[in-house]
Design a protein. Sequence first.
Length: 527
Amino acid sequence: MREVGLSITAKDIACAETAAGPNGLVVFGASGDLVRRKLLISLFRIYKRGLLGEQFYLLGAGRKKLLSRQFRQNTQRAIQESSGDISIKELESFVSRLYYISGDYSDLSFYDSIRAKAAELDKKHKAGGGVIFYLAVPPFLYSTIVERLGSTGLSCRDEPDSRRRVRLVVEKPFGRDLQSAVELNNKIHQCFDESQVYRIDHYLGKDTVQNILMFRFANAIFEPIWNRNYIDHIQVTIAESMGVEHRGGYYDTAGALRDIFQNHMLQMLALVAMEPPTSFEADHIRDEKVKLLRSIRPFKLDEPDKFIVRGQYGPGLTNGAGAVREPPLLGYRAEPGVNPQSKTETFVAAKLFIDNWRWKDVPFYLRTGKRLAKKNTEIAITFKKVPHSMFIPAGLGDMPPNILVLQIQPEEGIFLSFQAKQPGSKICMSTLNMNFNYRSVFGGDMPEAYQRLLLDCMSGDQTLFARQDGVEVAWQLVTPILRAWEGDDSNPYEYPTGAESFPEADCLIESDGRKWRQLSKIADLNK
């Protein structure tokens, strides 16, 4: 198999970016890990790019007692550890806009203090009254904070144009099932209009996920074949080589179906399968995604293993890189914070059908799991084989199909396999890979997803954020499976760490005469 490289020229690049306007950012949970590792570093990189204006401040709010000076020092240390190429002058200018206030999230007086401090900082930094409330806290605190923001008037304002100037950012998970998602949305809507709400799914901030839209709708050559007439099936994979690590306590209450499948996987499925939106506006795109999610055929729960399979990793001697480990790596039930009798799934494989004109009878195979053979996130579109081979006399009666792979991470790129003649013999054919790799073409590492999402939130663009109806439709599909598993006395199928898959998950796709793509050989597009 040969590889063909691609290149770009400067004249081919069309770029558009919107800078953040004046904004105040009030971050609840500011002393937590997410804020330190992701949000503050991403904000600094936006600031370095000149997209975060001078009329900006960040007020961290948390239960941990810290002085603003300590909060700045912690931030400066985290940013310096994340990158060596940092201007001290820029860094000091950025952290000078950071402040901190501590209190109890349930105490109304804490919100009065936030109001007073935000008003002071708004005047000092000329932020124009705009404020974004960011909930970087455990989900059980969402309702409490939203209620307090409403009852103290921080969200439900009477001033004109307040909806445009006050926003709420909510991290996933957006509920645990359909009922809790509806309850959370109702609680939010008591204080915030949907136009003010930004539900973050960090996968949608990845450039390679956004590229699905560009790839499909900026190139006329793909749309005519993007349907049931030419596509045999589509595989969506989110595989992780790591286990639950330090998240055992949280993960044991969630599982792969809630943690990955209901949000990340269905969002990527919607992007790859939805109809063309009328424009690149937020609600036009989100309308089409919701229409697609509504078209997914509900699972047949009387024959669950034919449509969805759950697994749980056991102990093993190899990690995701294939290296032998002694002593063996722990199985899921032996991980810290995990119930030793846990039935929580760490792997889910599913077969979906979309009941609309474009995708009638085309199977979509989705799988996600931890402690697998390789870290890999991709969407693989397998086209139908040629209807008749003229090369049968030369022994080429069954030629491999063309496969288009949208590689999301870690080796971001696009790969297309096709057949071509090799020089030499009269008939000598081989599979060529046309390979576009982001790093080799554009250079450097991919931007952190939170940079995109934070900038869009501050500029008022909801395109990459989940909408209420989309969240509830996704839960409507998944909740019956959760209920069925909760009422099932059987355990998930066990697979060893470092596995490609396991027999029951293989049967899901092999019963249709197809195979999962090999995680350990992601560069081989014929696998």
